[in-house]
Design a protein around this ligand. Structure first.
Ligand code: ADP
Length: 322
């Protein structure tokens, strides 16, 4: 192995740059040439590939977002499109690739491995929805951003005896809502795995109001309710609290990566290069307890999600008390 490439794919996540930097530095330390691909699979197909050096790695390693760009390219599912990508890699002499992204991106990595380019996937997403890793690169930073935002919202709710519905990201995974709910004492938590009906939320807030709770935070995962502003209105009418909704949106994706995300990204980056040097491909790296493990992409995509229902039940019990 002499030359390897790196790309980031799917939604950006804080810490992706730390992973890219670690891969560049580890690769160079092991005597490899390291290339970065612009804008994920799109750049691979268009031949947007550049040699990276230590100066570039040092410059980006602490920054948010992804400096090498990310994009979605649904056409990558077509063989002819992937053949173009493989041709470009061969032109540069790149024999192996690290793909940082979500599980959609791993499908592309698996297909490329089948075409002779060994790929290792790293979990880069704020959503923590990669089942084979306890934590994904970006989750910790996004969680801290959410907690800070909710603490700020709480100050005003508490000062003015109000309620706020806060919507957070997570795609189909409720971890951002669950962990933030536990960390902030949100009175009501509705997650993707255990959605509360609007009626249940309204009646629970009403109960808190009747018990003279000074402020209420209703924390919900994205994509659960058609309109959180209309949910806020229903809460206001039933409970008497002046109620607003706050959709945190892309505030959650950006920002300087936390120390934990940089640590996870760096250790995973080193691990990925070592796997490639062993001649491995078609694997993706996950954190399990204190260890990093590399698993077969195909098999991990079908793994069952960890059950966190007890944590959710505990959070709800603790936080709904007056
Ligand atoms: P994420 O990686 O965050 O899950 P997506 O699901 O959008 O994001 O996938 C990112 C990219 O991975 C897609 O735009 C596409 O280029 C590639 N991809 C997804 N599924 C496949 C597949 N079945 N075969 C080949 N490439 C795929």
């Amino acid at each position: 192995l002499r030359k390897i490439g790196i790309l980031t794919s799917g939604g950006d996540a804080p810490g992706m740059n730390a992973a890219v930097a670690a891969i560049i530095k580890t690769g160079i330390a092991k005597g490899l040439e390291v290339y970065v691909v612009e804008d994920g699979y799109k750049g691979l197909v268009n031949g947007c590939i550049q040699k990276a050096d230590i100066a570039f790695a040092s410059e980006i390693q602490s920054r948010g977002g992804t400096a090498i760009g990310s994009a979605r390219l649904p056409e990558f599912q077509e063989l002819a499109v992937r053949e173009k990508a493989v041709m470009n890699l061969k032109k540069f002499g790149i024999e192996a690739l690290v793909v940082i992204g979500g599980d959609g991106s791993y499908m592309g990595a698996q297909r490329l491995t089948e075409m002779g380019i060994n790929c290792i996937g790293l979990p880069g997403t704020i959503d923590n929805d990669i089942v084979s890793s306890d934590y994904t690169i970006g989750f910790d930073t996004a969680l801290n951003t959410i907690v800070e935002a909710i603490d700020r919202i709480r100050d005003t709710m508490q000062s003015h005896n109000r309620c706020d519905v806060v919507e957070v990201m997570g795609n189909k995974c409720g971890d951002l809502a669950l962990y933030a709910g536990l960390a902030t004492g949100a009175e009501i938590i509705s997650t993707s795995e255990d959605k509360l009906s609007e009626e249940t939320i309204v009646s629970q807030v009403k109960k808190l109001s009747e018990a003279s709770k000074r402020s209420v935070i209703v924390l919900v995962s994205e994509k659960l309710y058609p309109d959180v502003h209309s949910l806020a209105k229903k809460i206001e009418e039933a409970s008497g609290y002046i109620t607003r909704a706050t959709v945190l949106g892309h505030i959650q994706r950006g920002g300087t990566p936390s120390a934990m995300d940089r640590y996870l990204a760096t250790t995973m980056g080193i691990f990925a290069v070592e796997e490639l040097l062993k001649g491995h491909g078609g694997l993706y790296v996950g954190q399990q307890g204190n260890d990093l493990v590399a698993r077969d992409i195909q098999s991990t995509l079908n793994m069952a999600r960890k059950d966190k229902s007890q944590v959710l039940a505990d959070a709800r019990l603790l936080n709904s008390q007056v």
